[in-house]
Structure formats: C-alpha cells, structure tokens
Design a protein. Structure first.
Ligand code: PEP
Ligand code: MG
Length: 577
C-alpha cells in the first residue's frame, strides 16, 4: 500500500481498478533478416486492413452525427489506406533497409507530415495532422496497443494519465470512468471543471503516477482531500467504503433542501445557478438539483466535445441553445460566447502559442474571426425566442471589445430581420470580469452592459500571474489572496453603483469559506457546478448576510491568504452548526 497526495480537483470517493491511459507510442527500432522481410510486409498489410475496417466502423457508428465535412474527412482517411504510392514506399523501404515495419512506417509518416507542415497553407497543416493520426492508427495495430479513446471504455476504471486534454475529458464515457488521477493540471483547469460537472472524482498534480501505477492495480481516489491510495490494505479499504457510504447518506439529506429558496437567515436572496458544459450529458442531473437557471453555459464545449473537432453550423448552435432554453423556459440561461484558446485548443482552428493564456483567446479570437462569431450570435438571437436567454462575453479587457460586439449584434439583427427569421429585439448582454483590466474599468463597463459575472478562475490566474493549470505553482493560486478580494470588491461596488447584478461563475464560488466572504462583499448570484448546488444552498440558508458582511470588512484588512483562511475557518465554526 502506498499513499499519495495531490490537488483535490473534483469531490467524491472512488474505489476501483487502475487503467493507465497514455497517448505515447513506443517505436521499436531493430534490423530484420532477409527471411523476415516478407513476414514484416504481411504484418503491415494486416494492420492496414484493420485500420481501414476501424475507419469504416467509426464512420458507420457516428454516421448520424457527422456533418458533410466530417464525413468527407473519414472518406479521406479511408482513401489513405488505399494509396498505392504510400504502400509501395513502405514496402520498398523495408526491403532496402531491412528494418522493422514500425520503425519504417513511423519515419515515412513523419517525413510526409513534415512536407505538409512546411507548406504555408492551412489546408496542408490540417493534412499533416491527418497523416499523423492515420500513422498512429496503423502503429497501434502493429504494436497491438489499443487506442484508448476514453469514449470507447467498456468497463469501470480509474484513469491514470500524465495529463488529460479538455477533449479527452469531454469525450470520455462517463458511465465507466470512476475517477481520474493525473500528473499535471490545476484545480481550475478545464479538465478538472468538467470532472466536477460530470461528478467524476479527480485528483491532479501527483508526479510520476503513469510510471508507478499499473493497469489493474487496486486504487482509492479521494477527491475531497486529494489523497490517492495504491493497492490499499483490507483495513483502509473498509475505512474508505464506510466513508463513501456516509457521503452518499449526506447527499441524500441535502435533497430535503430541493424546494427551499436560497435565502440567508436574515432574508437576503442569493441566486444559485448552474454551470453547464455538455448538455447531452449533464442536463438531466442539473435539472434534478433545481437551480435558478444556468449562470454559465461554456458554449465552446459544443465544439470541444465532438469527436472530430470542427466548427458547428449555425443550426447546430441554434438547436443546442433551443434544447436548453426549452428545458428552462422561465429562468435565466446565460450562454457565454465562444471561449477557445488557453487550455481549450481547437485543432486546426486555434493555434498553439507560447503564452496561450495571454494570447489569442475568447473575445480576441472571436473579433478576429467575425464569421465564426456571427454564426454564434445569429444562432443565439434566433434561439432567444425560446426562453430567458442572456449572452455573456468572455475575457473582456477593453471597452472597445464590448462596443465592437454590440455593433456586430446590430448587424446580425438586421440580417435576421431581412431574412424574416424570428428573434427578440433585445437580449441582455453581460461581461465576464476575469482580467484585472476589466476590474479597473468596471465602472465604465457597468454603464454599458446589463450584468457582470466574475470569472474567478481566470481573474485569480491573471491577478496573481499564476497559471491555473500548472500544478507546480498551485500553492500560489490563492482565491483568498488580498489582491483577489480587492479586485472582487471593486467589481461588485461598481456594478451596484450602476444598478447591475454581479454573479460569480468560477470555482471559487463553490466553497463555503470563499462564499462567506463573497456574500459579505455583496455578490448577488453564485453559479456553480450542479454537484455543488445543494451544498451551497445548505450553506446560504444557515448564515446571516449581516454576519458575512462583518467578516468581509474584517478580512479586507488582512495581509495574506493564510490569515484570512484562518479567520474564515473560525467564523464558519461559530456560524455553521
Ligand atoms: C472563469 O474564468 O472563472 C470562468 C468561469 O471561465 P473558464 O473557467 O471557462 O475560463
Ligand atoms: Mg475564464
């Protein structure tokens, strides 16, 4: 038995078996004898046929979901498996060099892809990615290594990985992923946020787990404390099984709060809304928690959860928003416009940048790609007919970005009118406050929009110059740092001075110790992952706003997170039974 401690990123306890998930391929390199040459060539053809069958099967399974472009892409992959120039090249190279097929194939694929990459044309850059994907698929058959796409998982497992991309997490088969543990990542990385929304316990930032853990090992993952136990003894197993049952019983007790309004004991209403990423997977559970609508729909997951990442059409956008609005016709539904970039890479659409969080992200990307942005705005305005839609803009740092978007909205409305497409005349427009610049101009922004939502995940990273997804600096990622609290205070004061509401939709709002201060500072709404709604309702309904206000005034004078945290803990002990 061995115990590890990492970052507690998504709550819950799981007890199960390890599956080490790695995308790395080990390419053996050895010489073969003349007698082995034909055998090696046969292995190549067998792997090629299997790859072709895989593509056909995948195309058949996904048939209904594929757009015309994606379907063509599959056809292109199938054509690659029939390309005689390519086969002849592989076969001749095996004959000439007398090297094993994996080595020969790997080098040929890398050569072709490098030739594509050198072309200064997006089309060829995409083909370079396709050829690598194609090569990997043949190599997997040769190496008898399964393509561990987490979407194809067919038995329960705790996933151990160096890192998980947002698309890995978005496409994983929720039914079988019991928990995940990674070497990299932070509490507010998007993979962690998704784990929360999908109620998958997760612990991040434990070095070397992919080397030290083996597929089939027994494991306990405690997403509440960040503890991971490898091959636990009998006593530990019993202890955690008991804790897991207790947890489930507590969750059942919280259900008694479903009908209750989220008011403090002295009558201040704090709206509790839900964050949403993948409607198909989350909406049913989300609705069961009875939130007052959606405080943040991260619409980029419409792009990221698709198997082949590509841009959705206006109708695909429209249908998704319509489904959400029809499920929640009265309460507010806040759709945040496309926030790609940072750790949310769209292959072939956004670029890998040296400083992705400071780069071509969110509103910056959208305003530079007006066609993409307009497609989304058109769909949003068309969908506005089906409920109480609000639109929110991510990563605003200048008033010009807000004004330019408003102009675009006017253009979109004119177009829709001309085309006779129904839409509301006005959809409330909000700004995410997630850069220090937005905080400092929040008075001006508030005069020009309808609501604010504090994106604390980013606001903390930008205020403290601390990458939210880098486990090495996670100790500096401090929600209760005095600088962060000052930023939040300025934002709330400026919003209220101008008569607009402020919500917080970052992870910070989902813990009692942070929320005590946020409520004291005057926050109007908390938007949290569905799993946290009843927990936060339990908290809100047990405190007085007047006490929280005193606490906030007091901690604003304190010098560091440690002292603030200590004070809040004392406060919670006194005020929460
Ligand atoms: C945030 O930054 O707090 C936020 C809610 O947006 P995201 O986590 O998607 O960047
Ligand atoms: Mg953000």
């Amino acid at each position: 038995m061995k115990e590890y401690t990492g970052i507690a990123a998504s709550p819950g306890i799981s007890i199960g078996e390890v599956l080490v998930y790695t995308q790395e391929l080990y390419i053996p390199n050895f010489s073969i004898s003349t007698l082995q040459v034909e055998l090696e060539i046969n292995r190549f053809y067998e792997a090629l046929n299997k790859t072709q069958d895989d593509y056909k099967e995948m195309q058949r399974k996904l048939g209904l979901e594929l757009t015309e472009d994606e379907s063509k892409l599959f056809d292109a992959h199938i054509l690659m498996t029939q390309d005689t120039t390519f086969f002849n090249n592989v076969v001749e190279t095996i004959r000439e060099t007398k090297k094993n097929i994996e080595y020969v194939l790997y080098n040929i694929i890398m050569d072709i892809s490098a030739k594509f990459t050198q072309q200064d044309d997006e089309y060829f850059q995409d083909r370079a990615l396709d050829i690598i994907d194609f090569g990997r698929n043949i190599l997997r058959h040769l190496l008898q290594q399964k393509d561990f796409s987490l979407s194809q998982l067919d038995k329960d497992a705790v996933i151990i990985s160096s890192d998980l991309t947002v698309s890995d997490t978005a496409s994983m088969n929720r039914k079988h992923v019991m928990a995940f543990v990674t070497e990299k990542g932070g509490r507010t990385s998007h993979a962690a946020i998704l784990a929360n929304s999908l109620s998958i316990p997760a612990v991040l930032g434990i070095p070397l787990v992919t080397k030290e853990f083996k597929t089939g090992d027994k494991i306990i993952v405690d997403g509440d404390t960040g503890i991971v136990i490898l091959n636990p003894d009998e006593e530990t197993l019993n202890d955690y099984s008991r804790r897991k049952t207790e947890r489930e019983e507590n969750e059942k007790k919280l259900k008694t709060l479903l009908e209750r309004s989220s008011d403090t004991l002295d009558g201040k209403h704090i709206a509790l809304r839900a964050n949403l990423e993948i409607p198909e997977q989350e909406l049913d559970n989300l609705m069961e928690q009875r939130p007052e609508g959606i405080g943040l729909y991260r619409s980029e997951f419409l792009y990221l959860s698709r198997r082949k990442q590509s841009l959705p059409s206006e109708d695909q956008h429209f249908n998704t928003y319509k489904v959400i609005l029809e499920r929640i016709p009265e309460d507010k539904v806040v759709v945040r416009t496309l926030d790609v970039g940072g750790d949310k890479i769209l292959e072939g659409v956004t670029e890998r940048e040296p400083n992705p969080n400071l780069g071509w992200r969110a509103i910056r990307f959208c305003l530079d790609n007006k066609d993409i942005f307009k497609t989304q705005l058109r769909a949003l305005y068309r969908a506005s007919m089906y409920g109480n839609l609000h639109i929110m803009l991510p990563m605003i740092s200048t008033i010009d970005e807000l004004n330019e978007t408003k102009q675009l909205i006017e253009d979109v409305k004119k177009e829709l009118k001309k085309e006779g497409l129904a839409h509301k005349d006005r959809v409330p427009l909000g700004v995410m406050i997630e850069t220090p610049a937005a905080v400092m101009i929040s008075d001006t922004l508030a005069k020009n929009c309808d609501f604010f939502s504090i994106g604390s995940n980013d606001l903390i990273q930008y205020t403290l110059a601390c990458d939210r997804a880098n486990s090495r600096v996670s100790h500096l990622y401090q929600p209760l740092h005095p600088a962060v609290l000052q930023m939040i205070k300025i934002t709330i004061d400026n919003a209220h001075k101008n008569g607009i509401p402020v919500s917080i939709c970052g992870e910070m709002g989902a813990s009692a110790e942070n929320a005590a201060i946020l409520i004291g500072l005057g926050i109007d709404e908390l938007s949290v992952s569905p799993t946290n709604i009843l927990k936060m309702k339990d908290f809100i309904t047990n405190i007085k706003y007047s006490d929280a206000k005193k606490l906030a005034d007091e901690v604003l004078t304190m010098p560091n997170q440690a002292k603030i945290q200590q004070r809040v803990e004392q406060w919670l002990k006194k005020h929460i039974r």
